[in-house]
Design a binder for this molecule. Structure first.
Ligand SMILES: *Cc1c(COP(=O)(O)O)cnc(C)c1O
Length: 383
């Protein structure tokens, strides 16, 4: 839709493409951004590729797909939620095939894997994904199956060696899928690291305003794209046009939001290390973090999410969450507003997550306001 002029030797940077992608053609009096297309059907066309019906395609989704696909370096499909995209990606596993998956990851992804295993649809092998040797061992005998990667992981912020794992999966004829929700395509591009498919909860950083639930899957492989698209069409996990429009509106400011939130996350993580109420800080931006070197090698920044373990156990962690005024006690992440949550309060959260772990999603508020609020609530816990 909107490509740079042919005489422009230098390709546009990702932050520029986040602003320009998915624009309507530049014609006099045209809209600057895509309109919300609300038609459920289209005038009949002889073109076999035509949308035909709105469960198959929609101009507003396509604008969002151009933006997300362009940033990840592949071709994107928008879905009704992150889980709809994840569900479609897991359907890429062959019947009865092995899925090698993390023992700590987004809890609903793990729940879906359990459901699929209970139905006999797949055999799931859970591995600590940051332990490369353990993952490689689990890939043996998983030929033709699927590797699930989530890095940095939710909420432990474990960092997997994505290129090594995806190359090993490829050698075994496996399809690799990476959940890139935490990093965003601005900080990490798993397709460049060898993943076959990237999935996103667009709900989080990409949309960025805690006002929409949406997902995406991205691939460079036309065969995989066709299979994912078929899943979306036949199962019907399609986005609403208004949600797609809101998400693209969010993508326009993605670079600014991630830059600001990431800079604040680094400052907060560093200060949290020294607070007496904090037992451990998990953040790949800290030099002492186990994922630091890997993150520095494969990412363009450590991201906006920090997890802490609060001295005094679950009760102390609950007191911290209840004691803030600016930080909002809520699940989810990646929005303009800073949120915090003790993850194990959710019954489905896996036991690999410590009871006293609080996940902090850093927003774009003033970092000193964020620190003052957090420090005051932590002081009260320590007292
Ligand atoms: C939130 C989240 C999901 C699920 O996305 P929804 O949009 O809520 O369906 C998947 N993966 C990760 C890492 C998430 O944080």
């Amino acid at each position: 839709m909107s490509t740079p002029p042919a005489d422009d030797a230098r390709p546009w940077a990702p932050s520029t493409r986040a602003v320009t992608a998915g624009r309507p053609a530049r014609e006099p009096d045209a809209e600057v951004g895509p309109p919300i297309s609300l038609s459920s059907t289209y005038v009949a066309s002889p073109d076999p590729e035509a949308r035909g019906y709105a469960r198959t395609g929609n101009r507003t989704w396509e604008a969002l797909e151009e933006a997300v696909g362009g940033l990840e370096g592949g071709s994107a499909l928008a879905f009704s939620s992150g889980m709809a995209a994840i569900s479609a990606a897991l359907e890429l596993a062959p019947a009865g095939g092995v899925v090698v998956a993390p023992d700590g990851a987004y809890n609903t992804t793990l729940a879906l894997l359990d459901d699929l295993a209970a139905l006999g649809r797949v055999v799931v092998r859970r591995v600590p994904l940051a332990d490369t040797a353990a993952v490689l061992a689990a890939l043996d005998g998983a030929e033709g199956g699927l590797l699930w990667v989530e890095s940095p992981s939710n909420p432990l912020l474990d960092v997997a060696e994505i290129a090594v794992l995806c190359a090993a999966a490829r050698e075994r004829g496996m399809t690799s899928v990476a959940d890139n929700t935490f990093a965003t395509p601005l900080l990490q591009r798993p397709l460049d690291l060898g993943a076959d498919v990237v999935v996103h909860s667009v709900t989080k950083h990409l949309a960025g305003h805690s006002d929409v639930v949406l997902g995406a899957a991205v691939t460079r492989d036309p065969g995989l794209h066709a299979r994912l698209q078929r899943q979306r069409t036949v199962r019907g996990g399609i986005p609403g046009p208004f949600e797609a429009w809101l998400a693209l509106r969010g993508v326009r400011t993605l670079a600014l939001r991630v830059e600001r939130a990431q800079a604040s996350a680094q400052v907060l993580a560093q200060r949290l290390l020294d607070h007496p109420a904090v037992e451990r800080v998990r953040y790949p931006g800290l030099p002492g973090d186990p994922g630091h070197a890997r993150a520095a090698a494969q990412m363009d920044g450590p991201g906006t999410i920090v997890s802490i373990e609060v001295r005094g156990g679950a009760a102390a962690a609950d007191a911290l969450v209840a004691g803030t005024r600016l930080w909002v006690p809520a699940t989810s992440l990646g929005g303009v507003e800073s949120l915090l949550e003790r993850r194990r309060r959710i019954p489905a959260e896996p036991p690999t997550v410590p009871e006293h772990l609080v996940r902090l999603s850093v927003g774009i508020e003033d970092v000193e306001d964020l620190w003052a609020d957090l420090a005051r609530a932590l002081d009260a816990v320590a007292r």
